[in-house]
Design a binder for this molecule. Structure first.
Ligand SMILES: Cc1ncc(COP(=O)(O)O)c(C=O)c1O
Length: 387
């Protein structure tokens, strides 16, 4: 098959590849603990499901406006003022099927061939994939374990220049669980203004924070006009399969994202958007309960990881991943990913699935029960002892 050459530059998310391998082993009768996929194991809260059913029963089953139904855009704008302290209008909001399209739209709309785009490494693999796809130059910023998976600002300064079109940040972060401090954001804001760059701030884990506070770079002086906030419903409300997310940005750019949405999806499912409105306006008790449970699991998995010979694991401050350093085992990340799947029946991801700087690490998602986490830890310990 002869495909367009740009397809050679498109990457992927290996979480889905490992999931398929793990399922194949399960089909052969092997027991697997799934710690590879980044999705809450909880059900979507009842009030949100009921709102979707009500919408379906009220014929909210037709095409809607490309950037989202006015009622949801308004709710998202109000929520942004409430949680981030940033005043925006419904016209600044574009609703998409999942938050992922906002990444694609931002990179496609802003980065020309040859432009430079800075992105976190290790980081969510789709950033690098799409930067390459559009022919821009990927410029990774190293997230360092010794800085609790933040970057060194002096290294950052050296990467930004006149060719930098876009800076992508993600906090709390996938795959490390690290969070950027207000000082980090202030430094990035200064550089973005000096070099006239856009910032894409991926805030999908903003509600899943255990220590410290979430700060949005968009709230800093002079940043709203050059920032795209990316957020969604998947992680906070356990709604991964609903496919609902959004971007908040200056209106002229929102109009262009809306045009991209018309070209790609037409719109986000209308009844899903009514459910999203309920998610933001309804009680947050379930979200708080899920976050408290994630915190309990985090403490169990971090403590357990640190008792495995060759593993050392920082305590992440947000999201639902741990990113232990496995260099002490003397094995590569790719080897251990395969080995633990086969020998321990534990599905994890090689740190290199998140970029070259992930070598020497594994990612485990703790969106699984404490009981399963304990089984996984025990099985890993036994498998590592056999190395
Ligand atoms: C950092 C980050 N951003 C965005 C997304 C995409 O989320 P959604 O399901 O809303 O497309 C994910 C999903 O894993 C993620 O980890």
């Amino acid at each position: 098959m002869k495909l367009a050459t740009r397809m050679d530059r498109l990457g992927t998310e290996t979480a889905f590849v490992v999931l398929a391998k793990a399922k194949a082993l399960e089909a052969q009768g092997q027991k697997i603990v799934h710690l590879e996929i980044g999705e809450p194991d909880f059900d979507t809260p009842r009030n949100i499901i009921d709102a979707a059913i009500k919408a379906l029963n009220s014929s909210q089953t037709h095409y809607g406006p490309a950037p989202g139904i006015p009622a949801l855009r308004k709710t998202i704008a109000e929520d942004c003022a409430k949680v981030r302290g940033i005043e925006v209008k419904p016209e600044n909001v574009v609703v998409t099927p999942g938050a992922k399209p906002i990444m694609y739209f931002a990179i496609t709309a802003l980065a020309e061939e040859g432009d430079e785009v800075i992105y976190p490494n290790p980081g969510f693999p789709i950033y690098e994939s799409v930067i390459n796809f559009v022919g821009a130059k990927p410029v990774p910023i190293y997230l360092r374990e010794e800085l609790e998976f933040r970057f060194d600002i002096n290294e950052f300064r050296k990467l930004v220049n006149e060719k930098t079109k876009l800076i992508i940040i993600n906090s709390p972060q996938n795959p490390t669980g690290g969070i950027l401090t207000l000082e980090d954001l202030q430094e990035i804001a200064k550089l973005a203004q000096k070099y006239n760059c856009w910032v894409l701030t991926d805030e999908v884990y903003k509600n899943i924070i255990y220590e410290g506070e979430h700060h949005s770079i968009a709230s800093l002086p002079g940043m709203l006009e050059r920032t795209i906030i990316l957020d969604g419903f998947s992680k906070t409300f356990a709604m991964t399969g609903w496919r609902a997310g959004y971007g908040i940005m200056p209106q002229p750019l929102a109009d262009q994202f809306s045009r991209l949405e018309t070209n790609v999806n037409s719109c986000t499912a209308t009844f899903v958007q009514w459910a999203c409105k309920e998610a933001l306006e309804g009680p947050m008790d379930e979200v708080l309960r899920m976050v408290a449970e994630f915190k309990r699991r985090r403490d169990v998995i971090v403590e357990g990881m640190n008792t495995i010979p060759g593993f050392t694991c920082l305590k992440p401050h947000g999201a639902f991943y741990v990113f232990p350093n496995i260099k002490g085992t003397g094995k590569t990340s790719q080897f251990l990913e395969e080995y633990l799947l086969k020998e321990a029946g534990v599905a994890s991801l090689s740190g290199t699935s998140f970029g070259a700087f992930g070598q020497g690490y594994l990612r485990f998602s703790y969106a699984n029960s404490v009981e399963n986490i304990q089984i996984a830890l025990e099985n890993i310990r036994k498998a590592i002892a056999k190395l």
